[in-house]
Write a protein that binds this ligand. Structure first.
Ligand SMILES: [Mg+2]
Length: 242
């Protein structure tokens, strides 16, 4: 928990997946339904969500590093899942991914603490800073009813190809809010990308450690940073002077 209010904060950037939107729940449900429909009775159905989650980071990183397109990383990820589950890769991988994506979308929901927390931050410049694709992340913000309420949706695609935890990503996001990094607080669930990453630019951060969501090995790196377990605790960290 925090030792006291953070002073001089005029803007707040929220991470999206795992912070505002329950991405894991939606992705788990989406891929499980996808596999169950295509391969009924698959013996590893119960493992599909964990396998899919494990493939996410490495393939997204390939796209963020410019080594493939966003669509290519989707194809590769789906092929990786099929290989792991020993099922044939669909002939039309793009259509198969679109089938998953539709199921994923249907499960997009905001965490229950989001609406109230955002409503209480009227004096601050708000924004979303996320590593996903611009189009999909904007669709998510609309789907959970936050369009126009949380400011611009900033991604690596709008920040010159700089993704979290690149320092240029944070300085660019602060500039997009018309602020200096020191005047901005980043709130997010990923220790590297949302907590320790922005510190080198002077941007402040709060680790949103939703219960059970963070692997224990990631916790040490967040020592010394403010930590909350719900967005309901965010207002108590701020001095309200924005
Ligand atoms: Mg996140």
């Amino acid at each position: 928990m925090s030792d006291g209010p953070l002073t001089g904060i005029r803007g707040i950037l929220f991470d999206l997946d795992g912070t505002l939107l329950d991405h894991r729940r939606a992705a788990d449900a989406g891929i499980t339904a996808w596999l169950a429909d295509r391969f009924p009775g698959h013996p590893r159905l119960g493992e599909a969500a964990a396998i899919w989650a494990g493939l996410e980071g490495p393939y997204l990183a390939m796209w963020q590093a410019g080594r493939c397109s966003v669509q290519e990383q989707r194809r590769l990820r789906l092929a990786g899942l099929c290989a792991e589950l020993a099922v044939p890769v669909p002939d039309d991988v793009d259509a198969a991914y679109a089938d998953f994506a539709g199921r994923y979308r249907r499960h997009w929901t905001a965490f229950p603490d989001v609406a109230r927390a955002v409503a209480g931050l009227g004096g601050y410049r708000l924004g979303v800073l996320t590593n996903g694709s611009q189009r999909m992340q904007e669709a998510k913000v609309r789907a959970i009813g936050l369009a126009g309420r949380v400011g611009p949706v900033l991604t690596g695609e709008t920040l010159g190809g700089h993704f979290k935890p690149s320092p240029a990503c944070y300085t660019g996001a602060a500039a997009a809010l018309g602020l200096r990094p020191r005047e901005v607080l980043l709130v997010g669930d990923d220790v590297d990308k949302d907590v320790t990453g922005p510190a080198v630019t002077g941007m402040r951060s709060v680790w949103l450690d939703r219960p059970g969501a963070t692997p224990p090995e990631h916790r040490d790196a967040a020592t010394g940073f403010p930590r909350i377990t719900s967005l309901a605790e965010l207002a108590d960290l701020l001095d309200g002077a924005a």
